[in-house]
Design a protein around this ligand. Structure first.
Ligand code: ADP
Ligand code: ASP
Ligand code: MG
Length: 422
């Protein structure tokens, strides 16, 4: 007997028929004698609709009410999944975040899970019941208010539940059958990976591969949760074999680096769209300036991604360039013009519509020249690089969004990641 947490994303529960298809995977695990808790997302498109309604009601809404509205999508699918399972003869009950409870901090709209009491879930699973839990939401105990975890947060709910109930596995069911070398919707030659290390998955998620929310990968790594990404649309009754052909989960296993035999220099390419670039020219080159600039942005709750500061020519003035999501561009400009007015500068300029392309691989730790070859491959296609940042296992560039998909495909081929049979 294994204890499994199964998470179904938005496209996997987009309507009642799809919920039935997902339920067949659950029934397979129950029939095999396993204990199961399920985490569900809202139906595809539902959360976007709810967010749009909140913004239509008021651009300057209270974040607590945002959460009250957007958390509702998951409530619907949890109830429907419990109904469908019961109709199939599988005992099931739905639970919202507050009923478990999934306790979070009070950062409404981007809350972090602090504690989950597993006792009720374990008790129900011991009795053969499937617990169907709303993803994406929790409760802040001091106020008793509903919180949400940020977009894509159901992945994090699932991993947190898996860690809390000490599950043997957390299976993320989605609309692709695993983690690919790049988004398969952009590059048809993308290859599915049998395994990916936590570190690489973390970098891929933070660089824009939305197949898993970053926080869910961090949490799986911290709590040693066995995390698999697999497809809801596979035949639920097919033999359960891994991509390597041995009995196991048909999908990608996210695991420790030591569990991966074949190590690639570059294992994945990611794309993050809608990145805006802002440049402050002629700021004073003295201690405290960067703190003032980024402090003003942090106070406005703006997440900054790439940051580059030039070496000053004369030791007196320098330029700082950074990126923020397009959706935060106006807010960032306002924050720098008002709150940041203490920051002396010659000019401030910026533009929306950039794309960040990242090349990721643990092999970069020991191999020189990966960044250089990335720049060469882009140059050969006439693609201009606006900004560059690196980490131990990642090199990222900002380019014009118009060339983003071309750049992904070019790099995918350049690093020998293409599937052979396409
Ligand atoms: P869900 O609704 O199930 O949470 P998401 O839309 O959040 O699903 O994530 C799945 C999507 O992630 C896929 O449809 C795919 O387009 C995208 N994706 C981006 N990068 C990758 C990658 N490297 N491997 C697999 N899927 C990826
Ligand atoms: N429904 C939420 C969203 O669309 C959470 C999730 O699907 O993971 O962001
Ligand atoms: Mg998702």
């Amino acid at each position: 007997m294994a204890r499994i947490v199964m998470k179904f994303g938005g496209t996997s529960v987009a309507n009642v028929d799809k919920i039935r298809q997902a339920a067949l995977h659950i029934r397979r695990e129950i029939d095999a004698g396993n204990q199961v808790s399920v985490v569900v997302s809202a139906m595809a498109g539902k959360t976007n609709e709810l967010v749009a309604w909140v913004n239509e009601a008021s651009k300057f809404h209270d974040a607590r009410e945002y959460d009250a509205v957007v958390a509702s999508g998951e409530q619907v699918t949890a109830g429907l999944m419990a109904i469908v399972l019961s109709e199939m003869g599988v005992p099931a009950r739905s639970f919202q975040g507050w009923q478990i409870p999934i306790e979070t901090d009070d950062a409404h709209g981007a809350a972090r899970i602090e504690n989950i009491d597993p006792s009720m879930l374990i008790d129900r699973m011991d009795k053969g019941m499937v617990c169907v839990i709303t993803g994406f939401q929790g409760i802040y105990p001091p106020t008793g208010r509903i919180t949400t975890l940020g977009r894509g947060g159901s992945d994090t709910s699932a991993v947190a539940v898996a860690a809390a109930v000490k599950a043997d596995r957390c299976d993320i069911y989605t609309d692709v059958d695993g983690v690919y070398t790049t988004d398969p919707r952009i590059a048809p030659k993308a290859r599915r990976m049998a395994r990916i290390s936590f570190e690489e998955m973390l970098e891929m998620a933070s660089a824009g591969a939305k197949v898993l929310m970053i926080r869910s990968v961090e949490m799986a790594m911290a709590h040693s949760v066995r995390l698999c990404v697999r497809s809801t649309f596979d035949d639920p009754n097919a033999p359960q074999v891994t991509p390597d052909g041995v009995p196991g989960v048909p999908g990608t296993l996210v695991c420790d680096e030591e569990e991966i035999m074949e190590k690639q220099i570059v294992s994945g390419i990611t794309l993050a769209r809608a990145e805006a670039k802002i440049t402050l020219r002629g700021v004073k080159d003295k201690p405290g300036v960067a703190a003032a600039v980024f402090g003003a942005l942090a106070d406005a709750n703006i997440v900054v991604d790439m940051i580059v500061q030039n070496v000053s020519d004369d030791g007196a003035r320098t330029d700082i360039t950074f990126t923020v999501p397009d959706s935060d561009y106006d807010k960032a400009m306002r924050a720098l013009e008002t709150t940041g007015s203490a920051i002396e500068r010659e000019s401030i300029s910026g533009s929306k519509g950039g794309a960040k392309i990242s090349v990721i691989g643990v092999g970069m730790r020991s191999h020189a020249g990966v960044a250089a070859s990335m720049f060469r491959a882009l140059a050969e296609k006439g693609i201009n690089i606006q900004l560059i940042t690196t980490s131990e296992i990642k090199t990222s560039v900002l380019i014009d969004e118009e060339y983003a998909e071309l750049a992904v495909r070019v790099l995918h081929t350049y690093y020998g990641l293409d599937k052979q049979d396409v």
